[in-house]
Design a protein around this ligand. Structure first.
Ligand code: GLV
Ligand code: MN
Ligand code: MN
Length: 454
């Protein structure tokens, strides 16, 4: 059972490596021993990593929190800083049609596919400095360490910075990673923001090209594995005092726009009995979403995180309200049940309040299970780093979830102080950020040694 009260089904173990580690494979034990001795000398620079994180955290920082939403000038400035760090780490950089930054260094074996590290640097409104940023700055620190120590990998190394992971702009989350994984749908290409500005024009601002978007997907044969370091964004590691989380699976997420149309009228003259107040109906739906997850336990969590009143004046009865609703669960059947319940309750409110409710589904993201072989590899990397670890599922969504469509993925979590994230108080202490980055480096070294040829 996991913290969601669900048992995650695990797949049958697949042979992932050229030779699985067992004590009776003599030759392999020697290789493993040699590798761990070598890795003992390969240490990331903790001071530099944390300074880089601080520097990135200044871009888009306001008293209300981070405002580095995708495609904003803050995002563009942060991308520039990231590109220059990547080049200093000896990587060759390019921007793909989805605006993803892809940095690469060739390996010594020309027949091997890349091992990709990545995450995102966009934030939610009033967000924190670590969500996504740690994965990107950690990956660059890993590349810089390899560069300084002249350490050659067999596989090409890639670092991906994915466009619009948060999806606050254009309601198209995981945009860059879905593009790379071949998961975009036609409405992704025609998306516009609330002011009607098409995403294609914003994409051009960051060097992408919507007309070329069909060239963004990578082939399965191009990437051997994808690894993402991330803050946990929940309380489990912080509460248990365990420094490293080994992610077992990533939640599914269904997101809706709900529009409620009533009748706008004068707040002073319209009798209470005759009103069709869209905000009163919306309030009932907000409570219904909360009850669906907390009391009825139809799915793990349900949230109304966004509300807009189009008149928004104290002396006008609200005639039009829009809500942003989401449900999350690793069990997709629970999300289907939540969808049905939402529509049923909306229908009841419509009848009772004489309003019209339109429900549009914006996102339908599948949950992902991380292969046991990949979880084992993260555990071995943590053991080599001398750090304790625990397995846990992710209640947040990640680019790794899209990348799982085209390659084996693994995720490393580090503690979030008090479990706070998507808020200005989001914080992971420097030691935990360094620990996670060292595990990422060790994971990369293990995978470079052990992943079979593609
Ligand atoms: C991404 O940050 C999410 O909303 O889980
Ligand atoms: Mn994130
Ligand atoms: Mn986030």
């Amino acid at each position: 059972m996991n913290m969601f009260g669900l048992t995650i089904k695990t797949e049958a173990q697949e042979p992932l490596f050229t030779s699985e580690r067992t004590d009776d494979i003599f030759g392999y034990t020697i290789i493993f021993g040699a590798l761990s001795l070598f890795m003992a000398n390969l240490n990331i620079n903790s001071k530099r990593l944390n300074q880089t994180l601080l520097n990135l955290g200044r871009i888009g920082s306001t008293p209300q929190g981070m405002q580095r939403l995708a495609f904003t000038q803050y995002d563009i400035d942060a991308r520039d800083m990231t590109l220059s760090l990547m080049r200093s780490a000896g990587l060759h950089t390019r921007i793909d049609p989805a605006g993803n930054i892809i940095a690469r260094k060739e390996g010594t074996s020309s027949d091997l596919a890349a091992i990709t590290l990545g995450s995102h640097i966009d934030t939610v409104p009033n967000g924190g400095k670590y969500d996504g940023a740690l994965g990107v700055m950690g990956a660059i620190e890993v590349a810089q360490t390899l560069e300084e120590t002249q350490t050659k990998l067999r596989h090409p190394l890639e670092i991906a910075v994915f466009t619009n992971e948060e999806g606050t702009r254009f309601k198209r989350w995981l945009f860059g990673s879905r593009a790379m994984a071949g998961l975009l749908q036609s409405d992704d290409e025609t998306a516009a923001d609330d002011e009607g500005i098409p995403m294609s024009s914003r994409l051009a601002d960051i060097g992408g090209n919507m007309l070329q978007i069909s060239k963004a997907p990578r082939q399965v044969s191009e990437i051997s594995a994808y690894f993402e370091l991330h803050i946990e964004q929940g309380p489990e590691l912080h509460q248990s005092g365990v420094p490293i989380g080994v992610v077992t699976g990533i939640t599914g997420r269904w997101v809706y726009g709900v529009e409620i149309i009533g009748v706008a009228n004068h707040a002073g003259t319209t009798p209470m009995s005759g009103r069709q107040d869209a905000l009163v109906s919306a309030s009932q739906l907000v409570l219904a979403v909360q009850r669906m997850a907390s009391d009825l336990e139809i799915c793990r969590v349900g949230t109304v995180g966004n509300i807009q009143s189009y008149t928004n004046a104290a002396n006008v009865i609200p005639g039009r309200i829009s809500l942003g609703v989401e449900f999350r669960d690793v069990d997709m059947n629970c999300l289907a049940a939540a969808d049905q319940e939402l529509r049923k309750l909306a229908n009841q409110i419509e009848q009772k309040d004489r309003v019209t409710i339109t429900i549009t589904q914006f996102e339908n993201t599948e949950s992902v299970q991380i292969k046991p072989t990949m979880q084992n590899l993260v555990e071995q990397a943590a053991n080599l780093t001398g750090l304790s670890h625990k397995r846990l599922p992710s209640g947040a969504g990640h680019d790794a979830q899209a990348m799982a469509n085209i390659t084996d993925t693994a995720m490393i979590f580090v503690p979030s102080v008090n479990g706070i994230s998507h808020a200005p108080e989001e914080y992971s202490n420097p030691e935990d950020c360094s620990n996670g980055t060292q595990v990422l480096l060790n994971l990369l070294m293990l995978a470079d040694e052990r992943l079979r040829n593609n």
